[in-house]
Design a protein around this ligand. Structure first.
Ligand SMILES: Nc1ncnc2c1ncn2[C@@H]1O[C@H](COP(=O)(O)OP(=O)(O)OP(=O)(O)O)[C@@H](O)[C@H]1O
Length: 633
């Protein structure tokens, strides 16, 4: 294997440093102003109290207007307002931060965990959040704060009360976002790759929720500072802490407004308003900071990446990979119909039912054998049960789907037979991906949009090969990308920076990372144009020859399967209606359904059949036709 690091050394370093630059937010006046306000006020709150001295010290006769000695004047009792302001800012920031952290943790726990686990846990958490949501916040805070004796009403008590009453709305938002994310392809892919639940939540879901969590945190901090100010103003604030709210309370009680002592009540009000304004401005930029798609540097990288893709000989369009019309089918097969000389996977009378009101028997007593190194094509019209079968083999089916009978046996290279339907928990996780991997339908959407290609590939190795060193992981990922014809320098790219074809190739690389013995590919090239599609499929063939894994290739495109597969099974309404070596099926398609599938693909003269979408034809069900009329191409 070529030493990729030597080949790409300088370019890698450049890539890494530009990658790091891409992590920085694009500078905008909004972000700049927000950061300046928040940093300035925070510094004032942190450093100010040390510089300004004791806020309770009486240093004038009282109500002195701002001047050289007291920049912000003094209170009614002669205390320096600037010193008080510094201490009060620190107190308010502490409470805001405490509440922000607590409320965000609570909302993340109830929203994300409930949304991801679903079922009873979600129902329980949801009910609890809903109850907390309908309890009117401020009156409850006043009641709770009022009940706690003033001597025990410290900053922590107030923070806990505010956090308890302030997390529920964000939990609802996080829950609904998690519900949507958990059904994304890349989460399903992570599940198949054997990642543990906590890791899926932490690595796949949480990064996508960061913009939301960050803005919820900012919102919680602003709301807490305002609520605390309100409570203190009512005399229900923390008794042992000085905050901007308590300052306003004392200004009100000291008749600052009536005396026209604006310097006593305007500064704390202004600090609250400016801090809230600063956080809100940062909030606007949070998406840009966290979402790689919105990073400006990232956009620049996309542009340069595109140029590289055009120049690279390993780009999507592999020249000369299309077959002309009537290209003869691949391989002679490994024997007739249901036998294979050296089987790696045996499916025996597998039956899968969707337990809905009118149960759907999606897979009916299907028996198939996959030979070692064989490409088995699985064809059939939409809805005939191909995906259900592929998922059931790997125990990926979810309720209401249920396997009612049959068996799936994996014949390991070591000579051990593994009953796949009996695997549970850790065993199942360890088996999936390491021995049998999957490329999902619409694979290009199976990559997590906010995680770099490198992290996503390395994740699979971290999960399955915990002993592997960082350098080993990096080398293996680069090797796998090179195998599928993607420049290893793209490891630092994010999915949106790659073309659809490249993303498909990355998914195939991911499926090959652990050298599985079987790869199930469910429509791996849907949504790609024919040229790219052929390029990728040809590469799968090449890799099969090089590495020697077996492939179950699922597609509607029977003519394509005739070119690529050794044997083909045609499914209709859950049953395998024809199962034969590709060459035999090409010469003599027996079942009307097979003939119709062949006839349904566009010929050079143009017309496209209707069978795929409807299962019916104008000439009646399965009206035969001469397959040689419309052969592949
Ligand atoms: N969750 C579900 N509940 C009830 N029936 C379902 C469910 N999912 C799929 N089915 C039904 O099971 C049958 C097989 O569906 P499946 O998705 O396996 O077909 P397919 O051949 O993969 O189709 P396509 O090529 O369009 O993906 C269909 O009749 C479908 O309506």
């Amino acid at each position: 294997m070529t030493d990729i690091s030597t080949l790409t050394g300088t370019a890698d370093e450049e890539g890494r440093s530009s990658g790091r630059r891409a992590m920085l937010p694009g500078w905008s006046p909004k972000l700049g102003t927000g950061l300046a306000l928040v940093t300035g006020i925070t510094l004032f709150g942190v450093v100010g109290p040390w510089l300004m001295g004791d806020p309770d010290a009486i240093s004038s006769i009282g109500m002195t207007a701002p001047g050289g000695e007291h920049w912000l004047g003094t209170t009614q009792t002669g205390q320096d307002v600037l010193a008080q302001l510094a201490h009060a800012t620190r107190g308010s920031l502490q409470i805001g931060l405490l509440v922000g952290v607590m409320a965000t943790l609570l909302s993340a726990f109830f929203g994300i965990i409930g949304g991801y686990l679903g079922g009873v846990v979600d129902e329980g958490f949801s009910l609890f959040s809903n109850v907390m949501l309908v309890i009117p916040g401020l009156p409850l805070v006043i009641v709770i704060a009022g009940f706690v004796p003033a001597s025990r009403r410290g900053a922590w008590t107030i923070a806990v009360v505010l956090a308890i009453t302030g997390w529920a709305a964000s939990a609802r938002v996080l829950r609904s976002q998690t519900l949507s994310l958990r059904n994304r392809d890349y989460v399903a892919a992570a599940r198949v790759a054997g990642e543990k639940r906590w890791r899926i939540v932490a690595v796949e879901i949480l990064p996508n929720l960061l913009p939301l969590l960050a803005s919820q945190f900012v919102f919680a901090v602003i709301a807490a500072i305002l609520a605390e100010a309100g409570l203190s103003f009512l005399g229900l604030g923390a008794s042992n802490a000085s905050t901007l709210g308590t300052m306003l309370y004392f200004a009100q009680n000291g008749f600052a407004l009536q005396w026209g002592a604006w310097w006593w009540f305007v500064p704390p009000g202004l600090v609250i308003a400016l801090f809230g304004c600063g956080l809100a401005l940062i909030n606007f930029s949070i998406d840009e900071i966290i979402n790689p798609k919105l990073r400006r540097q990232g956009k620049a990288l996309v542009a340069s990446g595109r140029k590289a893709a055009v120049a690279a000989p390993t780009a999507d369009r592999v020249p000369g990979t299309c077959h002309g019309p009537g290209h003869p089918p691949a391989g002679g097969g490994t024997g007739a119909g249901g036998t294979a000389a050296d089987p790696v996977l045996t499916i025996d009378r597998l039956h899968v039912v969707y337990r809905v009101e009118n149960p759907v028997h999606a897979v009916k007593d299907v028996s198939l054998t996959l030979g070692r190194g064989e490409i088995l094509g699985l064809a059939g019209e939409s809805g005939c049960g191909k995906t259900t079968l592929a998922h059931a083999v790997n125990q990926l089916h979810l309720p209401p789907a249920e396997i009612t009978s049959g068996s799936v046996t994996f014949h390991d290279r070591s000579g051990r037979d593994i009953d796949l339907l009996a695997l549970r928990g850790e065993e199942l996780r360890a088996f999936r991906w390491a021995k049998l991997s999957m490329v999902f339908q619409g694979a290009m959407n199976s990559l997590n949009p906010v995680i770099s290609i490198r992290s996503q590939l390395e994740d699979v190795l971290t999960t399955h090969r915990p002993g592997m060193t960082g350098a080993g992981r990096r080398e293996r990922c680069a090797e796998a990308l090179e195998l599928v014809g993607v420049d290893p320098r793209r490891l630092d790219s994010f999915p949106h920076e790659l073309s659809g074809g490249m993303r498909q190739r990355v998914m195939i690389a991911m499926a090959m990372l652990l050298d599985p013995q079987v790869m199930i590919m469910d429509e791996p090239t849907t949504a790609l144009d024919v040229v790219v599609q052929r390029g990728i499929l040809q590469e799968i063939l090449r890799l099969r020859d090089e590495i020697g894994f077996a492939v179950v290739l699922i597609t509607h495109d029977l003519p394509l399967l005739l070119e690529l597969s050794d044997r083909i099974a045609v499914m209709h309404e859950g049953e395998v209606v024809e199962y034969a070596p590709a060459a035999q099926m090409y010469r003599d398609p027996r079942h009307p359904c097979t003939r119709r599938l062949l006839a349904s693909f566009p010929s050079l003269t143009g017309e496209r059949g209707s069978f795929l979408r409807t299962g019916e034809t104008t000439g009646g069900r399965y009206a035969g036709s001469d397959p040689t009329e419309r052969t592949p191409g």
